[in-house]
Design a protein around this ligand. Structure first.
Ligand code: NAD
Length: 322
């Protein structure tokens, strides 16, 4: 068995490798060559922790495995560890024998940023110039870095509930040679050609009336029942895409628009269909496209398999007789 520890991931995994791994797995999901297994997520009644498993099998990438982990809210304060903790286990699809154990903390951020990036590549207008960020937490920085590689952006604007936190995004924009402006929600929706929302909110911030025609929005924060980042009416105005339809309508941003009868399950399209050429994607410069990125286990397996290959090439994978 090969072990790739968390400490090695930053030096191994590139945004480019994460992008291609995630784009490939979305394509495999749409062509029914890859399947996510039912997600388990439980409150364990200890340390207020949420713990669970996300697994699946990708027959194209031959990645079989599971990400185990969750959220320990007291970690930072009590133990100096980050609150999100996860480990990815890969198994040999021919024998079922465990093949690798990979640190999953940084990979989770990279695979989540890769998902919105894939959506920008395939759905945003080619002439997009203004990148808008809604949220400025841990994931937002990864999201922005990856997004800036997808179009020739000229400016970054951002809104956060606590605007002082936007300095982390300003730094990333400036490092990319772009100006940054902190704005109100109506300006964010009006000026941005691409918007990524990555908050843990349970009520919408961005309203439909804020958003201009032609915008691409990647809603990345909503991954649980009850969470919501944008007004449900915005989904009714948009062509909606997702990683996985079943998750989108139950735990993703689309859950609210479906529950309110504003859209149907059949209105939600798999991004893999656009990647595979089965759906044309954006049909005009005025269309609003919205990607509901709920986060699937196959993304984790794809980036883990990719990082194991890189670790072997660089000679940093630890081999244990197991
Ligand atoms: P974080 O705690 O570091 O940041 C949270 C962000 O949400 C901050 O910008 C905060 O200001 C904002 N926020 C919180 N409550 C809000 C409210 N009521 N209104 C507006 N903004 C509010 O969290 P993070 O690690 O950056 O994660 C953000 C979200 O992304 C979480 O909900 C997390 O579960 C989700 N997530 C999704 C995926 C996926 O694959 N889709 C993967 C990882 C994380």
């Amino acid at each position: 068995m090969l072990i790739v520890p968390e400490r090695e991931i930053a030096d191994l995994m590139t945004r480019d490798a994460a992008f291609h791994a995630v784009e490939g797995v979305f394509a495999a999901m749409e062509s029914k060559n890859a399947e996510n297994f039912p997600v388990v997520r439980e409150a364990i009644g200890h340390e207020d922790a949420l713990y669970g498993f996300k697994g699946g099998f990708d027959k194209v990438g031959m990645a079989l495995g599971v990400k185990a982990g969750g959220y320990w809210p007291n970690n930072l304060e009590k133990h100096g560890q980050i609150n999100h903790q996860s480990t990815i286990f890969l198994f040999d699809p021919d024998t079922g024998k465990v093949s690798s154990m990979v640190g999953g903390n940084l990979l989770t951020a990279l695979r989540t940023a890769a998902a919105s990036s894939v959506s920008i590549k395939h759905l945003a207008r080619g002439d997009a110039k203004v990148m808008g960020m809604l949220g400025a937490g841990h994931q937002a920085a990864f999201q922005l870095r990856a997004a800036l590689e997808q179009r020739d952006f000229e400016k970054v604007i951002g809104w956060n509930r606590h605007p002082d936190k936007l300095t982390s995004l300003e730094k990333i924009a400036n490092e990319a040679g772009l100006p940054f402006e902190s704005v109100e929600l109506d300006q964010l929706g009006h000026d941005a050609d691409v918007i990524i929302s990555i908050t843990s909110a349970f009520a919408p911030s961005l309203l439909s009336e804020h958003v201009s025609a032609g915008t691409h929005i990647a809603c990345m924060g909503t991954d649980t029942k009850g969470k919501q980042e944008v007004e449900a009416a915005l989904l009714a105005r948009s062509t909606v895409f997702t990683d996985e339809v079943a998750q989108s309508i139950s735990i993703g941003e689309a859950q609210h628009a479906v529950a309110e009868g504003l859209i149907n399950e059949s209105d939600v399209n798999e991004i893999g269909a656009v990647i595979n050429g089965a759906h044309a994607g954006r049909s005009s410069d005025a269309e609003i496209t919205l990607f509901d990125g709920t986060g699937v286990g196959l993304q984790d397996l794809a980036v883990a398999a990719s990082v194991v290959d890189l670790a072997v090439k660089k000679g940093v994978a630890i081999e244990v007789d197991f």
